[in-house]
Design a protein around this ligand. Structure first.
Ligand SMILES: [Zn+2]
Length: 356
């Protein structure tokens, strides 16, 4: 065996001493209670109920949810309980979906994230890491819970955050599927659906007729009963960047918890044919044989993003790469806060792989 330098040995000894396990259940006897933050959201209450139920399934002992632990019992604090607030844990620049699991003393465990999402994901991490739970498939039968008469937690602090900001698995529609995705820390944080008909509502027909597209040499006003489809605003209209910035800032003022806003085009094309808009286009077809109009769209979207970030520097923006804006722009760079969702529904059927 190779000699280990003395300094390294001292360091290893210190780590070993700090890592005495904290008991949750010993030989089927409960040694811990769960302390949930006061006025906890439904989201956190549900995560804690899952924790309670899965610890019971593993060990046969059901931990209580209490305000504080009785003498000699361990308390597992979930979220910002008064005791956690008093500890002043520094989460630094941890992502909103990130979390810490800390062990401030031998009878205290803290699960805490910067948001309820982060704290919720910390609870799932706790269950996977220390109770051996695995959410393998949607539905009750898909949750694996090992039998553990003793559950002990090594007192090694955990600090983690997702590698990807937004995580979504398309096509999960049933509640069981969505719950399974959530337990596996999927969280879609980028809005991207059709949105421009909402950003420029029908009242703009009266107030800002210049926002509507020129088609076949005339201004086109979509009918109120089919407003959600078949047209796009004129992306170079005077004032259309400022109006979008003002409206999106107002949305974020009203919804400070929202992390993103969709700039997704309205469904079914109908783009403006005015000279100003056409001057931004490279003048070619895209790979799905539509007019390639991404440059005019991204020119507008970049300016909107820049404007909103002046007031709301933490926000993100999503859009659909779809139809006339299916391909990346030729001439302009996309703003890094603008996140694309590629829409395979745009691809003609003959170009898709055959189904067997
Ligand atoms: Zn135009």
């Amino acid at each position: 065996m190779r000699a280990v330098p003395a300094a390294a040995m001292v360091c290893m000894a210190a780590v070993a001493a700090a890592a005495d396990p904290v008991p949750i259940v010993q030989d089927g006897h409960l040694r811990a209670v769960i302390v949930l933050q006061p006025d906890a959201s439904e989201q956190l209450a549900e995560a804690v109920a899952e924790m309670q139920s899965l610890i019971e399934r593993a060990s046969g002992a059901r931990p209580e949810i209490a305000d504080a632990a009785p003498q000699g019992m361990v308390s597992i604090h979930v979220g910002r309980t008064p005791a956690v607030e008093a500890l002043g844990i520094d989460l630094g620049d941890l992502d909103g979906d990130g979390f810490v699991i800390e062990f401030p003393d031998e009878e205290t465990i803290v699960i805490l994230g910067p948001t309820d999402w982060g704290t919720e994901f910390g609870v799932y991490e706790f269950l996977e890491r220390y109770v051996g739970v695995r959410w393998l498939m949607p539905g009750a039968d898909g949750t694996y819970v090992p039998e553990m008469a003793t559950i002990e937690v090594p007192a090694d602090p955990v600090r983690d955050e997702p590698a990807f900001f937004s995580r979504k698995y398309f096509g999960l529609r049933l509640p069981e599927q969505q719950l399974w995705a959530r337990r596996n820390r999927l969280h879609s944080r980028i809005e991207f659906h059709h949105q421009l008909y909402k950003l420029f509502p029908h009242s703009d027909v009266e107030e800002h007729p210049e926002f509507f597209p020129i088609r076949n040499g005339e201004r086109y006003f979509p009918p109120k009963d089919h407003y959600y489809s078949g047209w796009q605003p004129c992306f170079t209209a005077p004032g259309i960047v400022g109006a979008a910035v003002e409206r999106i800032c107002a949305y974020f003022d009203e919804h400070p918890e929202a992390e993103s806003y969709s700039l997704g085009v309205t469904d079914s094309g109908g783009h403006c044919q005015c000279e100003r808009c056409r001057a931004l286009d490279p003048g070619r077809k895209n790979m799905i044989n539509r007019d390639h109009l991404t440059d005019r769209y991204i020119t507008w979207a970049n300016a909107v993003v820049e404007g909103v970030l002046q007031e709301h520097p933490d926000k993100w923006f999503g859009f659909l790469a779809y139809s006339e804006i299916f391909e990346p722009p030729d001439r302009v760079q996309m703003h890094p806060r603008l996140i694309m969702t590629a829409c395979s529904g745009s691809i003609p059927r003959r170009a898709r792989p055959a189904r067997s």
